[in-house]
Structures are given as structure tokens and as C-alpha cells.
Design a protein around this ligand. Sequence first.
Ligand code: C5P
Length: 251
Amino acid sequence: MNAAVLVPAAGRGERLGPGAPKALRELGDIPMLVHAVRSLLAARGVTAVVVAAPPDGVAGVRDLLAAHLSPRSPVQVVAGGATRQESVRLALAAVSAEYDIVLVHDAARPFVPAEVVEAVIAAVAEGADAVVPALPVVDTVKEVAAVDGAETVVRTVDRSLLRAVQTPQGFRRAVLARAHAEAGGFGTEGATDDAGMVERTGGTVVVVPGSEEAFKVTRPFDLLLARALLERRAAEAAIASTDRTEIDVVR
Ligand code: C5P
């Protein structure tokens, strides 16, 4: 079953510190957005990608993708909006009518493994309205409130019932379109994920296993993690190519 993936990439990335819009910052000489699009296109079933670029940077993002991807890559770029929710809505409007399965993936999760993308597509193809990849929460989580001006713990949440949710999130197209048309009440920031909007409109959201490699690059420390992961992948690729050479020699 083929799927289109929307990639909201119009955020400023202020928590990452000063610099270019987050999706355009480089990891190992390659912009984060390019890593993300390559990761998506490596998954079976992904046959279209729609990137929502910063509104003042659409032409630049088109050039960037053209410079790094093969000319036949099924990628289009549209102008994003003031919030992530708005960027997703604008990208969804550009998806060709033939797609019944639509995924949404943060450009800020550049290294999502193909298996996670494929598991999300499979779960939607098997009938789920909405699917999120998620990991158990490792830290103990506490709810807090201001009491007499001091941040004070209200209660400890049972972490066995909590999941940290990642992207890509997958949807039956009509479900995502309805959620964007009807869901309100998310404040000025808009919804921070799309499954949350489906929950608001009464839909059921199914969970599949996520991956630590699908982490979101948000703060400066995440850049260190991203570079370490790239180095490990390069080392693994070098070992794999040595192994292949040895096999050829033995033959
Ligand atoms: O800020 P945060 O890390 O939650 O952003 C998640 C994703 O949403 C990023 O890929 C970012 O580029 C995107 N985004 C967007 N349009 C905005 C704000 C964020 O496409 N106005």
C-alpha cells in the first residue's frame, strides 16, 4: 500500500540556539531535512513526500533538495505556516488525491529507521484510523504546579502507562483531513502532534513500537547525539563494505 508523507519543516528551531531554521541546519555536511527525506524514501511504500518549508524559503529548500536527491525523487515543496499544525494542513492540501494513507513526519527526526515507517504504514493499511510510534518513558514523571511562587510536585504519574510519542504518525487521509478541519482549542502554538487532533475529534489512535534512533533534534545536546549516530552508521557501512569485499575475494 503506497503512502504520502508530509514533512513539516517550517519551524525556527529556537530551542536549538541561534542559526538557520532547524530543518536546514547541517549534520555531517548534510541538512537535517535532507537526512529526514532520505530516511523516508528508504522505506517501502513511501512514494510521495511533501515538505512544508519556511514561507520565505521555499525556493531555497527546493534547490537544496534538488542538490542532494536524485532528480526522480517524488518530493514537492510547499510554503509552511506559523504553527506546525498550519504547516501540516498546507502540506496535506498538496497531496495527490490517489493517496488514502498519509503520514506526518517531523523534519527534526532525521534518522527514523525504515522499519518504523513501514510498521506505521502497515498498521494503517490493516485498518487503523491513526497510528503513532512510541517508546516507554524511562524517567519518573511528576506533575507540578506553582504553590506560593515555588514549583511544587502535585503527584507522581504511573510511568508504566506513559509513552513518548514520535513520528511518523500515520493516518487514513480522510481522518487526518477531518481532524485538521474540526480540531480546535490547541492555543496559539497549535497542536504539537497530529494524533492529538484525531483524539480530540473522537478517533482511535493505535501505538506501534518506536525507535531511539527516531529521536527529535530539539536542543544543542541532541546535535551531539545526531553526530554520534552518523559516525556509528558510517563505521557500520564501512564494515559492511569490507565484509562484502572479503566475500568477493573468497568467491
Ligand atoms: O518545534 P518542534 O520541534 O516541535 O517542531 C516539530 C516540527 O514541526 C519541525 O520539523 C518543525 O520544522 C515543524 N514546524 C513547522 N512549522 C512551524 C513550526 C514547526 O513546520 N510553524
